[in-house]
Structures are given as C-alpha cells and as structure tokens.
Design a protein around this ligand. Structure first.
Ligand code: SAH
Ligand code: F3S
Length: 505
C-alpha cells in the first residue's frame, strides 16, 4: 500500500451510539495506516466524513445541515472528498445522492471495510460510490446477513478518546424488530462474533494499556455462539474476560430485558471485574404501549427481572431508556411510565420523544398522533421524575469511599481548555464500578488509574469528593501520553466518558 505524501487530513464527525463511535475509531485507524491524519476542522480537511445515525429524525437533520455547510467548502475546494457513512448511508442511499450530489461516498455500516479502498479510487479520479448492504427484504436471510460484514480490523489506541478504555463488539445487527426502531433495518440481522475473536481483541487491547473493556451489541445479552456442540453466551464471555490479567473493569451494553438470565446476573455478582451496572431499557410503563411497541415483555415481567437484579446485586445501578409520546399514548399510559421511574429509581434514564422512522412497523401501521407540544411536556415531566430518582440514589454515597477509574478533565475544565501538565492539579472526572460520575481535584498523572475517592457531596448526575491517600492500583499505565489520547480534538468524536444524557439524545 502506498503512503501518500504530503499527509492528507481527515475530519470525521460521529453522531449516535457506541457502535458508531467504535466504527469511527476503526475507519480512522484504517485510514491512518494509509497516511491520513485527523485534523481539527473541516476547513482544512482533504476529506470530511459524517458517521451517521437514523434512530431519530433529529440525528438525521443534524447531518443534512452539516452536508449543506460542507457543500460551500467543496465548491471552494473541489478536490475535497465528502463521505456519508453509517446508518443514514444504508437507509437513505438514493436520497443522499439526489439531495446532496456533492457527496463522493455513501457507505453503510456493513461495508465500512471498503472505505480505505474507495477513498484511494476516488483520489485516483474514480466516480462517486455507494456501497451498502442488502435491504432486509431484498434476499434470503443468509444473503442479507452476508452483505452486512462485521468490521473489526486491528485497533489503534491513539484513535480512542482514552487509550485505557475501549469498546469491543460482541455482535452486530438486531432481530428484535421493536415497532419504533430502525436499527434492525440499517444494521442488519443479528450476527455474533466468534468468542475467540472477541477475547483475542480484548487481550490485544490490554497489551496496549487498555484497562476497561465495554462489550457492545444492540442486545448484548442475547449473545449466543454455537460451535462444535458448545454454546457460548455473554456470561461465558464475561468469565473469560475476567480471567485476563490487566483488565480492571468490564461493562456491557445494551441489555434486552427478556435475556437477563440468572446466569448473567450471577456472573455480574461473582466476577470482581464486572461493573455493577446494568443498562436494561424498559421503554415504557404500560403493557398496552409495550405491546404496541412490540417489545415482547410485560411490565410484570420487567418488574420480576428487576427484582431478581435487586436481590442478587443490591449495589448494582440499573439504567433505562424511555420513549414518550409513542403512537396513541394517553395521559394515563404516560403516567404509568412516571410511576415506573418513581418505583424503580433508575440511576439514570435516556428519555426520547417518539420519532417516526420510515421502514418500521409503527411508521407503517400506527399514526404518530401525540402532538409535539405534548411530547415535549411529557419529556419534561419524566425527566423531572428521573432527576429526583437520580439525586435520591446518589445521596447515600456521601461519606463513602469509592474506587474510581480516572477518565480525564471534568466537563468544567475541558471547557476552560485547561492544560495543567502531568503534575498540575485539575478538576478530573472518573466513574465508580456502578457507573456513577465522580468529580475531584487531582494531578493529571492520575488519568487512567484506579484511585479511591472519599465522597463529600452529591448532585443528580454526579458525586464529588477528595482523593484518599495512596493509589488503589499498583500498576500505572505502561505508556500513557497525555497528548495523544484524545481523538475528540478532531471533528466531534463522542467521548466514551460522556455524561448520562439528561436531555434527549
Ligand atoms: N439496542 C440499542 C437501541 C438503539 S436505539 C442500543 O444499543 O442502545 C437507543 C434508544 O433509542 C432505544 O432504546 C429507544 O429508547 C430509543 N429509540 C429507538 N427508536 C426510536 C424512535 N423511533 N423514536 C424515539 N426514540 C427511539
Ligand atoms: Fe431497536 Fe429493539 Fe433492537 S430498540 S436495537 S429493535 S431491541
């Protein structure tokens, strides 16, 4: 492969979930191996990529406006490459071509391995390209599955927001087909990665200094791999990961309530490195709405699952997603969601206003009949309930000592663009094993390490305190360069350590 000279500059903006954050990391790493470097602004980029999300209209609108802005840039510098990657590329391939003909490449999430090759071809004068997977109704399950190729090339630690935390994919796609959700369409059929590949990737990440692995899948706890008569499930993966020397923390998102098995809860209980944190979206509090949403469980079943978690894992934080204003949602139905939040006291919840998505069952068969104003008001009311629950859940931490993985500057000091140097004191942030954000003053060299913090105050979305004497861990990171770990400087790569959303995502 030729290394172009001079260096070409890439700007990438990522919208959406952890899958997209990981995909961007991998695409950037692959392009870096071809001589590309990240740059801080589209204005001096030779290529501008948007890794897109289709889960809600709002996420798509952001990309359409960005494409409008980049058009001017492209008019000024016609040699610049513009790419639309990810879920919108899969869902709106033709629309992108007609509405934004200045886009050079449109590549769906199942075809990302092609990006480096396509970029080279375009640079060599080739025509614009669309590379997407088959629509779910366009062929046999096998053919559609084959067209969504898992994209898990070699990692590049310098491409992550922090080198000591990494996402590892357990599976791609989703087969649950919730009535509101576009993910099964744009991310394709559920496909598990072989356990050996997942574990090998984790070992490699650990050898590079990674201490926290977050397994990601649309329904990560549905993970199932059968080979030679032996079935591996998520609980088995957690056992194997827990045994790897050098890993300190293991998390996994997102869980599907029906697949929260006793074995999995037992693994979280028994394995010391697995975080006491379970993201298990309930989506709604009413059986009638859950049925219209085709979620596949009742509130009774969710409560039973939650009770098992509380019994086995009394220290665990449970978090949820909720949709307000789904088709036909009455005041009384909405109230059941508020009641559920009041009753179960989730650590935090992501709250979304229903956004109809073409290509979903709800879009085809159920009118989006809750007015926007009502959706907004319900969002506010539910957020208030969740804020009360989050604050109440944080209060008992005051006066306790918590082990914290230090992640970096707090949002406050990040905004102030503080650069205190390795020994300078800054306001830092990290997370407890139950995923609570902790803010404290400490020297920058503690970033990437496990420390103990004495909690002195609590707010709804964070705890604060002071560093206890002595480090909780014996081993510092092998090579943590404060300057190189931040892939967020270029474009808007999401932080792995994003605070819990208080607003709509
Ligand atoms: N299993 C996935 C879910 C992806 S979508 C995961 O890994 O998180 C994330 C959340 O967006 C869902 O849990 C749901 O609460 C919300 N959501 C999905 N489709 C939506 C829609 N059409 N309108 C509003 N919110 C939606
Ligand atoms: Fe979406 Fe439901 Fe799958 S929310 S990602 S279809 S479990």
């Amino acid at each position: 492969m030729t290394t172009p000279s001079p260096t070409r500059r890439l700007w990438i903006e990522t919208v959406g979930c952890q899958m997209n954050v990981l995909d961007s990391e991998l695409v950037v790493a692959a392009l870096r191996r071809q001589g590309w470097e990240l740059t801080g602004s589209p204005a001096d980029a030779d290529a501008v990529f948007y890794n897109t999300c289709s889960v809600r209209q709002h996420a798509e609108d952001k990309v359409w406006s960005a494409l409008g802005r980049v058009r001017l840039e492209k008019q000024a510098r016609p040699g610049m490459i513009v790419g639309v990657l990810g879920c919108m590329a899969q869902k709106d391939q033709e629309l992108v071509r007609t509405r934004a003909p200045w886009v050079d490449l449109v590549v769906g999430p199942g075809q990302l391995h092609r990006v480096p090759g396509i970029v080279e071809e375009i640079l060599a004068g080739g025509p614009p390209r669309i590379e997407v997977s088959l629509d779910r109704t366009a062929g046999s399950r096998d053919a559609v599955t084959r067209s969504f190729e898992s994209y898990d090339p070699d990692r590049d630690p310098s491409m992550r927001p922090t080198p000591f935390q990494a996402f590892v994919r357990t599976q791609t796609g989703c087969d649950k087909f919730c009535a509101f959700c576009v993910v099964p369409r744009v991310r394709g059929p559920e496909q598990a990665r072989p356990p050996a590949a997942i574990l090998a990737e984790a070992r490699k990440l650990v050898a590079e200094g990674c201490r926290e692995i977050t397994l990601i899948g649309q329904t990560v706890n549905s993970y199932k791999w059968t080979d030679g008569g032996r079935t591996t499930r998520l609980a088995d993966l957690l056992h194997d990961l827990d045994a790897i020397d050098g890993i300190d923390r293991i998390k996994f998102v997102t869980n599907y309530p029906r697949d929260m098995t006793p074995e999995l809860i037992g693994a979280v209980r028994d394995l010391p490195k697995v975080s006491q944190y379970l993201h298990v979206p309930a989506q709604h509090g009413s059986d009638a709405v859950l049925s219209r949403m085709k979620r596949g469980y009742t509130i009774g079943e969710y409560l039973e699952m939650h009770a098992r978690i509380s019994e086995e894992l009394p220290r665990a934080a449970v978090t949820s997603d909720f949709i307000v204003g789904f088709c036909g949602e009455t005041d009384a139905e909405f109230q059941t969601t508020v009641d559920l939040v009041d009753r179960l006291q989730f650590k935090n919840s992501f709250i979304f206003k229903y956004s109809p998505r073409p290509g979903t069952k709800a879009f085809d068969r159920q009118p989006d009949d809750v007015p926007e104003e009502v959706k907004k008001e319900r969002h506010r009311v539910l957020l208030d309930a969740q804020t009360r629950a989050s604050f109440a859940g944080n209060l008992p931490f005051i006066g306790t000592r918590q082990r914290v993985l230090v992640e970096g500057l707090s949002a406050r000091d990040e905004k102030r663009a503080v650069d205190p140097g390795p020994d300078g004191i800054a306001q830092l942030t990290g997370r407890t094993t139950c995923d609570r954000i902790v803010v404290f003053e400490a020297p920058m060299r503690l970033v990437g390490r496990l420390i103990d913090v004495d909690i002195t105050a609590a707010a709804a979305w964070s705890l604060s305190g002071s560093v206890a004497d002595g480090l909780a861990d014996a081993v510092p990171l092998p090579h943590f360069d404060l300057g190189s770990g931040n892939a967020t400087g270029a474009g808007e790569l999401h932080q792995i350590a994003a605070p819990p959303a208080r607003q709509e995502r």
